[in-house]
Design a protein around this ligand. Structure first.
Ligand SMILES: Cc1cc2nc3c(=O)[nH]c(=O)nc-3n(C[C@H](O)[C@H](O)[C@H](O)COP(=O)(O)OP(=O)(O)OC[C@H]3O[C@@H](n4cnc5c(N)ncnc54)[C@H](O)[C@@H]3O)c2cc1C
Length: 394
């Protein structure tokens, strides 16, 4: 479709998460504007995790979507990169376990990148502020025969769009009802948090963890740690655009809740102290220099989330509504590719919108290709989970 034609279309993106913002950037790079509706009151209203691993396809998609200055800002604000990933036992010896392909170094132009999640989201937000409506929770939609879609929000307001892209994450109703995405609860959880790199933590935490990524294999769960140190001395970086942040260890357990003495009803009601107690119990026999990670943990950062996954799917009847990211393909974080796949979706959908002669054809072609690679990523992520926590037979 001619860019000129697209400029006259009303494009609504639901959700200002990583995927929705990436799409809005990619459209804007081509002079096409869209309106992003986000249910939260602001970008930093809730905690959303700390580090995101951006692999080579994810980085290339970001490069395609972002203007040059923002892509450089992204590269300059990533944590120091190291190639290689250590797999360790709970007593800090090397383990022979191998992990999923997406985590391995293979042949890559550069090692995977590790931005601070809020920082990346703030970068993705740059230049879009005038196009984002915060505090707008989508509650309903209606597609007319002419292809127009009327959106209704929780505050009673409405908006009519020619194309709607649901990028509203794991609980997306459009993903479930329109795109027929079926999600399952895998029965496993992640418990994640961070530990600031204070002089005390530096002294007490094992040297092995003070470089790159480490995976520690436990009984029915694994721990992933990433050392996040940033080069704040870069003069050319526009630090003033970003909320302040500092060096830290990111860590996440992926595993069976019963290994932590947790049951389903607990997940959202546990206090930080209770989460830390559960961690201390399962790690009580671990090497002291590993346990130091939790001794110095930032209590306010602790969080427990059930792991959900979409099931591989077939194409549905395409229309003027589509979806990207977790809304249409939620993946276990064990594969580390959920956000990377959302970036790829954003780049692909825009390319089809520009090159096909109607919105309908662009959406159909996008969905056809997206379903193939996202099905593969879903399966790889589930496999990754089996390696990290074993097969859950509950
Ligand atoms: C612990 C953990 C670690 C992870 N690590 C990685 C990693 O290293 N690499 C990787 O690639 N992936 C990782 N992931 C997965 C990644 O976080 C997701 O795949 C990614 O955030 C999906 O982006 P999204 O834009 O689709 O959804 P989200 O980022 O969830 O954004 C959805 C947005 O929609 C908004 N919203 C929701 N409902 C509505 C509504 N009704 N109306 C309006 N707005 C709404 C939300 O407030 C939110 O802002 C990890 C996930 C977890 C849980």
């Amino acid at each position: 479709m001619m860019i000129q034609q697209l400029k006259s279309k009303r494009i609504a993106v639901i959700g200002a998460g990583l995927g929705g913002l990436c799409l809005a950037q990619r459209l804007q790079k081509n002079g096409i504007s869209c309106t992003v509706f986000e249910k939260d009151a602001a970008i930093n209203t809730r905690s959303q995790g700390y580090r995101i691993r951006v692999n080579e396809p994810g980085r290339k998609a970001l490069q395609e979507c972002l203007p040059e200055n923002l892509y450089s800002l992204f590269l300059n604000t990533c944590a120091a990169s190291y190639s290689g990933m250590k797999v360790l036992t709970t007593t800090l010896e090397s383990s022979r376990n191998t992990l999923v392909e997406s985590w391995s170094d293979g042949v890559k132009e550069m090692p995977d990148l590790k931005p601070n999640r809020l920082t990346l989201r703030e970068i993705l937000l740059q230049g879009l502020q005038a196009h984002i409506c915060f505090g707008k929770e989508l509650t309903d939609w209606k597609e007319s025969e002419s292809g127009e879609v009327e959106l209704t929000f929780a505050d009673g307001s409405t908006y009519t769009a020619d194309l709607v892209v649901a990028a509203d994450g794991v609980h997306s109703r459009i993903g479930k009802e329109y795109c027929k995405d079926k999600k399952i609860n895998t029965g496993n959880i992640t418990i994640y948090g961070r530990t600031f790199y204070s002089p005390e933590a530096q002294k007490a935490i094992a040297r092995e963890l003070q470089e790159g990524t480490s995976v520690i294999i436990g009984d029915r769960f694994s721990l992933i740690t990433d050392f996040m140190t940033f080069d704040f001395s870069r003069k050319e970086t526009s630090w003033d655009l970003l909320s302040p942040f500092s060096d830290y260890f990111y860590w996440a357990f992926i595993g069976n809740p019963q290994a932590f003495g947790m049951v389903k009803s607990d997940f959202y009601s546990l206090s930080a102290e209770e989460i830390l107690n559960a961690i201390n119990k399962v790690t009580c026999l671990w090497h002291p220099q590993l346990k130091a990670l939790f001794h110095y943990a930032d209590l306010s950062s602790l969080s427990v989330t059930p792991i959900r996954s979409s099931l591989p799917k077939e194409q549905w009847k395409s229309g003027n509504i589509t979806a990207l990211g977790d809304a249409v393909h939620t993946m276990s974080p064990a594969g580390g590719v959920g956000a990377n796949t959302a970036f790829a979706d954003a780049a692909l959908l825009t390319n089809y919108l520009i090159s096909r002669n109607s919105i309908q054809t662009a959406v159909t072609d996008y969905e056809k290709q997206m379903i193939i690679y996202s099905n593969q990523a879903i399966e790889m992520s589930l496999e990754g989970g089996e390696i990290l926590h074993g097969i859950n037979e509950d």
